[in-house]
Design a protein around this ligand. Structure first.
Ligand code: NAD
Length: 337
């Protein structure tokens, strides 16, 4: 927090629709008088010593400010391209990916009372990036599970469950098949649960959880679900589908030193530059960010304005069945502040 009472926050606008949806967040924050100054940084990879990496200025900015809002980053398909999203998670050790999925009034989906909380381990598991060819036609990909990373995300999940008033944690796993790796995750979950006597703990197989959640998500509303990386990636997108899709779902990547908040969706190259994108997911991510920073009054005010605008249904974007442009939707949110 600076001497002017404002917090400096790093803004990574991102690719594709990133700059358009970031503009909506900036406009709405200005209108709501949020005590934040944005420090915009470019994360276009640079070639340093034969390796591509994130520009040092961007790393310094996130380290200095400890909080960042990030638009989507496109990962070019092809050999030798490292996902920048993965690089950011690794660089800042953002070990927990928090994904709330809450129904939005006015946007009709098969279930109107979804309120799920998912936490995904964000640094290892199937996404460790350890892959190699054994012999031609045989490829091995290593799923890495460590006590350190598992314990860290599980402790976070129990603490989070307590903090948000959902004192039930369920570990989602496949320890029946992945006996050692998921078995370790599950046994650490049991150990950690002993340190949180006020939080109920149980576990469920991933396939069963998928079946039950799409059949009726409501019994899961009172729990925090925590799981290894790949399961969390898939399950949280599935849950995003239950509330209306990727245009609406926020997330937070939490680390000990820094946290980066971002929409779940990608850079949407099919609609980029046309003013058609729905900025709600990034906006809701920015609200998670404000809550994380303790700027809760502004967060509540903006969130209510978003939900009011969506419930009115007059000025909504194409993905939700409306005709509004990104900027028109942002203007409607500002009117509802
Ligand atoms: P995507 O999420 O960009 O798009 C999927 C579909 O959803 C598209 O039809 C798109 O138009 C629509 N969509 C997404 N966000 C929207 C929004 N806010 N408003 C309206 N419609 C929206 O997924 P993709 O096409 O598979 O990926 C495109 C690029 O984004 C890839 O390079 C991928 O690597 C990258 N990506 C980045 C992130 C991230 O930065 N966290 C996440 C996922 C994908």
């Amino acid at each position: 927090k600076g001497s002017d009472g404002k917090y400096m926050v790093t803004l990574i606008e991102g690719d594709g629709i990133g700059p358009e949806i970031s503009q909506s967040v900036k406009d709405i924050f200005t209108a709501a008088d949020v005590p934040i100054k944005w420090e915009s940084v470019d994360v276009t990879p640079r070639l340093i010593d034969g390796k591509t990496s994130i520009p040092q200025e961007a790393i310094d900015s996130v380290t200095r400010n400890s909080v960042a809002l990030k638009g989507p980053l496109a990962t070019p398909i092809g050999k030798g391209h490292v996902s920048l999203n993965l690089t950011l998670r690794r660089t800042f050790n953002l070990f927990a990916n928090v994904r709330p999925c809450k129904s939005i009034a006015g946007y009709k989906t098969p279930y109107n009372n979804v309120d799920l909380s998912l936490i995904r381990e964000n640094t290892e598991g199937e996404y460790s990036g350890i892959e190699h060819v054994v012999v031609d036609g045989v490829v091995q990909s290593i799923k890495l599970i460590t006590r350190a990373a598992s314990e860290r995300v599980l402790r976070f999940a129990f603490q989070y469950a307590q903090d948000i008033g959902k004192p039930k944690v369920r570990a989602v796993h496949k320890a029946t098949i992945m006996k050692m790796s998921d078995g370790l995750f599950l046994s650490i979950a049991r150990e950690v649960s002993k340190d949180f006597p006020n939080v109920e703990f149980d576990a469920e197989l991933l396939d069963n959880a998928c079946l039950k959640i799409v059949s009726d998500p409501t019994p899961y509303n009172d729990k925090v679900l925590v799981m290894p990386n790949l399961y969390g990636d898939i399950l949280s997108d599935m849950c995003a589908g239950l509330i209306g899709g990727l245009g609406l779902t926020p997330s937070g990547n939490i680390g000990d030193e820094c946290s980066i908040f971002e929409a779940v969706h990608g850079s949407a190259p099919d609609i980029a530059g046309k003013g058609l994108a729905n900025p709600t997911a990034l906006l809701l991510s920015s609200i998670m960010m404000l809550q994380h920073m303790g700027v809760t009054q502004h967060a509540d005010r903006i969130r209510e304005a978003i939900f009011k605008t969506l419930a009115e249904g007059r000025t909504i974007t194409g993905d939700l069945g409306g005709k509004a442009k990104t900027a028109e939707y942002a203007e409607a949110v500002i009117k509802n502040l």
